[in-house]
Design a protein around this ligand. Structure first.
Ligand code: MRU
Length: 355
């Protein structure tokens, strides 16, 4: 990703430490953090300094590497993986990466594990970038198809949450087709759902689209249906935290409502996912564990005050309680297509990708 014209990944390895961009500080401050222990990596994932399904997969892989540097016994490897898997339950990429590390390390002699862990974590991070670039090309073709009639016509794409560079190691998922289309000279404009409660759309998606010069407009979460009714949305592209083998799409809370509106208005609804986001073990989205986060994320908002300082303010009465389910499931019947690094498939075709 380009930040002030400099290339960055969201996570990288440097002299025995793992560096990451602290996403809780964006969009007002760009801060990187050095993570040197397993406990710090678990904290970074839980507190959402790193977030987004592919990125927390890579973070978990690096977390395993950090956790086996002093001791790499079978028990230690298993304990490290258990701790990482307990950080966030919904995005399958996290467990997928941690378990891939576990399987590979347990097959090696103990003395070879510490070094091998860094190499495999790096490989998992690199694969994510490659997959995202590939799915971006498939998604770009869908956008291009919308502008064939009139290449000067702007294609309006609505997205929810942040499924851009920041949610991955690099490249993004839902935003990958948009970047590819924009870079190829197609005219695109993005409707960015603010995505309460944590505002990943308003603070992260808007920020990274601005860094890349992609035209976009932030909208309140409830505006999408209205814009679709008025013909102002040509397609919806979202990311996902887990897609079942039957094509149910679990993503940030509020995605389901956008899919319902899109279905009603005959607006194509796509999920863009690298294949590690597909959970071949699960058929039904109803069986996905939905993370319940702290109610304070609903009760408070963070923003920049007139004095330039970042502040946290309460937005609900002190007498009220709040509830904070972090994800929802869009049933396959509302999904037009799933954009992967191996092509665009309907939910019914998805099983053909299973190994
Ligand atoms: O709670 P978050 O910010 O980790 O949720 C992220 C999302 O829901 C993204 O849309 C999803 O992970 C897709 S990532 C490319």
């Amino acid at each position: 990703m380009r930040i002030k014209q400099q290339h960055f990944r969201t996570i990288w390895q440097q002299s025995g430490a793992v560096c990451l961009i602290d996403q809780t500080r964006l969009p007002f401050e760009f801060v990187t953090v050095n993570v040197t222990t397993l406990a710090q990596m678990c904290h970074a994932i839980r507190s959402m300094q790193v977030r987004g399904a592919p990125l927390i997969g890579a973070a978990a892989a690096y977390g395993v590497a950090l956790g086996v540097q002093q001791t790499a016994s079978d028990a230690q490897v298993q304990d490290v993986v258990t701790q990482l898997c307990a950080t966030r339950p919904t995005a399958v990429n996290l467990a997928w990466a941690a378990q891939r590390m576990q399987q590979a390390l347990l097959a090696l002699p103990e003395s070879a594990r510490a070094m091998a862990a860094w190499q495999l974590a790096q490989a998992i991070a690199d694969e994510d970038v490659t997959q995202n670039l590939a799915l971006g090309q498939y998604g770009k073709a869908l956008i291009a198809a919308k502008s064939t009639v009139n290449p000067q016509q702007v294609v309006n794409i609505l997205t929810h949450c942040n499924a851009g560079w920041l949610a991955t190691v690099d490249g993004g998922t839902a935003l990958a087709p948009i970047y590819a289309a924009h870079d190829a000279g197609l005219k695109v404009h993005v409707w960015v759902d603010e995505t309460r409660p944590r505002n990943q759309g308003a603070s992260l998606t808007a920020w990274e689209l601005a860094q890349h010069g992609v035209p976009h407009t932030v909208i309140a979460d409830n505006a999408g249906g209205h814009l679709m009714q008025h013909g102002q949305v040509d397609m919806v592209i979202v990311g996902a935290d887990r897609v079942t083998r039957e094509g149910d799409v679990c993503n940030k809370i509020g995605t389901y409502l956008k899919a319902l509106a899109a279905f009603d208005q005959k607006v194509p609804f796509y999920a863009a996912v690298p294949t590690p986001t597909i959970d071949w073990q699960l058929a039904r989205g109803a069986d996905i564990e939905i993370e319940m986060r702290d109610a304070d994320e609903v009760a408070y908002m963070q923003g920049q005050g007139a004095d330039g300082q970042v502040q946290r303010i309460r937005v609900i009465p002190h007498e009220s309680t709040a509830l904070n389910p972090a994800f929802d499931v869009t049933p396959a019947r509302l999904v037009t297509g799933i954009i992967t690094e191996r092509g665009v498939l309907t939910p019914a075709q998805l099983h053909t990708l299973a190994a």
